[in-house]
Ligand binder design. Structure first.
Ligand code: CDP
Ligand code: MG
Length: 834
């Protein structure tokens, strides 16, 4: 049944039954009689045959009535003054010209691929056209359209926009659902949701019963979830011949998707944007010089004195700007940007130019350019926050009566997100600092200037070394054009690329699909929990299949941590992990933190592993900084425990409003600690949502002060990242099974120790420079490793055991070990099932 109708139909039949029989109705109507029915429900299941027929007619009548209501509502609004205004706006969008063609193709084909420039009306209009045409045909109540978005913010903002275009409040015929948040009512027929939400729905409803249209938006981004969903939907289509699938893309490479679905028809919506001028880094310098000479010429021609003095003041400012920009370049050691060799990519290091250059360019626009919002593309929310803080200290940007400074990234609150769409008052310039999510999925209408740093944070993964990383990387040419295009929405615009043209020319044409550049562990768990068969078979059917080695690595890893058994079936732990939308290693820590009632420190560890290092090590005050860090490290033998201690100290200081001073004194980054704090809240909400913890803080934090337990849970998550410790006379010898001898990073807490009184270190990250370095580590004991390292630790540990002398090796070889392992496994399952 479509959303919401179930309850109503049930109510009708209940009423009908109550009239027909004197027997009070209790149980659900359509539940089949099972073995344990009592007298009342048996007599009800006997009655079921009649209500089923009745149900169909009731349903039909209801649908008809609702459809008529929807139709009336729609027409009423369209005929009102507001409705006419809205309709006129909608008619001005490029998509409108294709409306009939789109609807015709969709009705005649099961799969259709639609492409069109960002802003042409794909996301807001196309789902609405389908809804409207169904409503007009008086079939409105029977349709159910789902449109997926890669990000929460776009799902929310688009649904609100569409509801407004229909003259409704959100939650009437249009709704949204994202993780932990959603508005939809019993009449909701068009639902915008994140791709993840649709995947979760598939968990409980493999055939998407009752859904009439699935629209997968932004497929050009080639996100992992979207690529994954396409394989699932491709399998589903033959089972649901009435289901319509529409794929929407902002770029022209629609052929790939069309051929994946056996030559599905493609429709392109031709769009209109104003021209945007590109300024590359060399142009930015040139331009400021050019203007200087232009003003000088004006002077030469003898302009009125006062005017001339103003110009002189201006030109002085200009030269200041030019030298500031050049200063930033020098600081970045950037030498030859005119050469167009591949080398220029490696010598160019925008990270070190950083915020100063952006600030200079923003100053330039604010002071010299025409009105219009500025959109700055940056790599991540931490950079965005830091730049925002820096800008706020500049009087030019700190002045709230002139500048509206906003941030736009995926992890911000949705109320905050809405602000970025609003047009500021006359005379106020809006500056939006955004991640690459502002590239295609959201449209900020009044943008005239774009500042593009040229990078985006993306996960990359090297199957051979089996190490994932989330690092800023150069964007593709397609993405750079997309960013530039954001400036030409309402009038001709300007785009400042903070990199030289030669660097742009070396960009890849398109970005590599996420499926080919990220570890596949979480995806493998999803495949298993959706019961989609063999992982390798399934992934080989993807649009672009990932490297089989990467697939095998993921499967092996999941077996070692105990999420899959030897036959590749989900274990109990695996099932729980598949329900948490985080990396399995983090998920495992969270689950164990909840089970062992040791949640608080575990939340901090997990948030810390997902953030930067909060300990600052300024070059010139390294000794002081190390001294400050030492108090957090003391006898912990763990970088992760040090973060917990620092965070808790900061939290305490915040309570006394001295957080800032605390950070200053202890060489901690307040920004990172705030980030950790907000991530903790998100992870907590996930656990709440999944039912792993209840409301009673006292119970899930019962053992939170126990550092031994925390250490053990860290071990459970980081396993099999493990190295052995041998304390020598003057040094400590560390070894991993795969690399042999390894070293600790200078900044690691354990690097300062002359002796580590534990036989093992577990680590999150290692990095190969000349030798292999462990970035962060926690020391653990034999027993902790046995109990918490992996599930059937036999497989995972055997390699390590070979490096051991003494009792552990003896123990692992004895019959006792097998017994112990079985027992542990059973215990694990038992605890998790509960
Ligand atoms: O999906 P696509 O990029 O093709 O465009 P869209 O998101 O459907 O947006 C179409 C138009 O609706 C945009 O050009 C904006 O003018 C407008 N819009 C809006 O005013 N407010 C929103 N929250 C979303 C879109
Ligand atoms: Mg769109």
């Amino acid at each position: 049944l479509p959303f919401g109708l179930q309850k109503e139909v049930d109510a009708h039949i209940k009423e009908h039954l109550a009239q027909k029989s004197s027997m009070p109705f209790t149980g659900p109507i359509f539940s089949r009689s099972n073995n344990k029915v009592d007298a009342t429900s048996r007599s009800i299941s006997y009655e079921v045959h009649e209500p089923v027929n009745k149900r169909n007619t009731v349903l039909e009548k209801l649908l008809q009535r609702r459809s008529l209501q929807l139709c009336d509502q729609q027409l009423n609004f369209q005929n009102s003054a507001d409705g006419q205004k809205m309709l006129n706006f909608r008619k001005s969008l490029p998509a409108f010209k294709e409306r009939d063609a789109l609807l015709k193709v969709i009705s005649e084909n099961q799969v259709v691929v639609v492409s069109g420039e960002t802003g042409c009306g794909k996301t807001t209009q196309l789902p609405q056209y389908i809804l409207e045409s169904e409503v007009e045909a008086c079939r409105g109540a029977g349709c159910s359209i789902i449109c997926t978005q890669p990000r929460r913010i776009s799902a929310i903002s688009v649904s609100e926009r569409v509801a407004a275009e229909r003259g409704e409040a959100i939650g009437e015929s249009v709704g949204y659902k994202v993780r932990l948040e959603g508005v939809k009512g019993r009449d909701t027929r068009l639902l915008f949701c994140t791709t993840g939400i649709l995947l979760r729905r598939l968990l409980v409803d493999r055939d998407l019963t009752g859904v009439s249209h699935v629209i997968v938006d932004e497929i050009h981004e080639r996100g992992m979830n979207e690529d994954f969903l396409l394989v699932v939907l491709k399998d589903l289509l033959p089972r649901r011949p009435n289901l319509r699938l529409i794929l929407m893309s902002a770029t022209l490479n629609a052929e790939l998707f069309s051929s994946y679905f056996g030559g599905a028809p493609m429709i392109h919506i031709p769009g209109f944007t104003y021209p945007v001028r590109s300024h590359f880094l060399e142009d930015i310098l040139e331009m400021t010089r050019y203007r200087l000479t232009k003003y000088n010429q004006i002077d030469d021609y003898g302009v009125d004195k006062k005017w001339k003095m103003e110009k002189q003041a201006l030109s002085k400012k200009k030269s200041q700007l030019a030298s500031a920009v050049e200063g930033s370049l020098e600081a970045a050691n950037y030498t030859d940007y005119s050469s167009s060799t591949q080398d220029s990519l490696s010598c160019w290091n925008p990270d070190s130019i950083g915020f100063n250059l952006i600030e200079q360019v923003l100053c330039h626009i604010v002071k010299n350019e025409r009105p219009g919002a500025i959109l700055v593309f940056m790599t991540g929310w931490d950079d965005i926050n830091s730049l925002k803080e820096q800008l706020q200290t500049n009087p030019l940007f700190g002045d709230k009566s002139k500048i509206l400074l906003l941030a736009c990234h995926g992890s911000m609150a949705s109320s905050e997100q809405r602000l970025i769409f609003d047009k500021p008052y006359e005379g106020i310039r809006k500056i939006v600092l955004a991640t690459n999510m502002a590239e295609t999925s959201i449209t900020i209408n009044d943008v005239v200037f774009v500042v593009d740093c040229g990078k985006a944070k993306e996960t990359s993964y090297d199957a051979l070394n089996n190490t994932p990383c989330l690092l800023p990387n150069w964007i593709s040419k397609a993405a750079a054009r997309q960013r530039r295009g954001r400036a030409g929405r309402v009038q001709p615009g300007e785009c400042y690329h903070l990199y030289p043209r030669c660097v742009f020319e070396n960009f890849d044409d398109y970005q590599l699909p996420e499926l080919l550049r990220t570890p596949l562990q979480s995806l493998c768990l999803q495949i298993k929990s959706l019961q989609l068969g063999s992982i390798s078979d399934f992934l080989s059917r993807a649009l672009q299949a990932p490297d089989p080695l990467a697939v095998q690595n993921a499967i092996d890893y999941l077996k070692i941590i105990g999420a899959l058994d030897e036959q590749e079936n989900l274990t109990v732990l695996g099932r729980h992990l598949s329900m948490l939308p985080v990396e399995p290693k983090l998920g495992k820590m969270l689950i164990l933190g909840a089970i062992f009632n040791c949640l608080d420190p575990v939340l901090t560890v997990v948030a810390g592993l997902s953030s930067r290092d909060p300990f600052l090590m300024p070059f010139d005050r390294k000794d002081l900084a190390e001294g400050a860090k030492a108090q957090f490290v003391a006898r912990g033998y763990s970088d992760h425990l040090a973060v917990i201690r620092a965070y808790e100290g900061w939290k305490e200081a915040e309570r006394h409003r001295s957080g800032h001073e605390y950070c200053w004194r202890n060489f901690l980054s307040g920004q990172t600690l705030k980030g950790i704090d907000s991530l903790r809240k998100q992870f907590f909400a996930l656990l709440k949502d999944s039912g792993l913890i209840g409301d009673d803080a006292e119970s899930y934090n019962k053992w939170s002060n126990d550092e031994h337990l925390t250490r053990a849970i860290i071990c459970s998550g980081l396993f099999p990242g493990i190295c052995s410790v041998v304390n020598k006379e003057k040094s400590i010898l560390l070894k991993t099974v795969e690399d042999g001898p390894v070293l600790l990073c200078m900044n690691s807490a354990n690097a300062q120790e002359s002796k580590i009184p534990y036989p093992w270190l577990v680590f999150n990250e290692k990095m190969k420079v000349n030798s292999v370095f462990l970035r962060d580590s926690t020391a653990v004991s034999d027993s902790v490793l046995l109990l918490f390292g992996g599930k059937t630790s036999r497989g995972g540990l055997d390699g390590h055991v070979k490096m051991l002398d003494g009792y552990l090796e003896f123990f692992m070889k004895s019959a006792l070990a097998d017994m112990y392992m079985t027992l542990k496994e059973e215990l694990n399952d038992l605890v998790l099932t509960k």
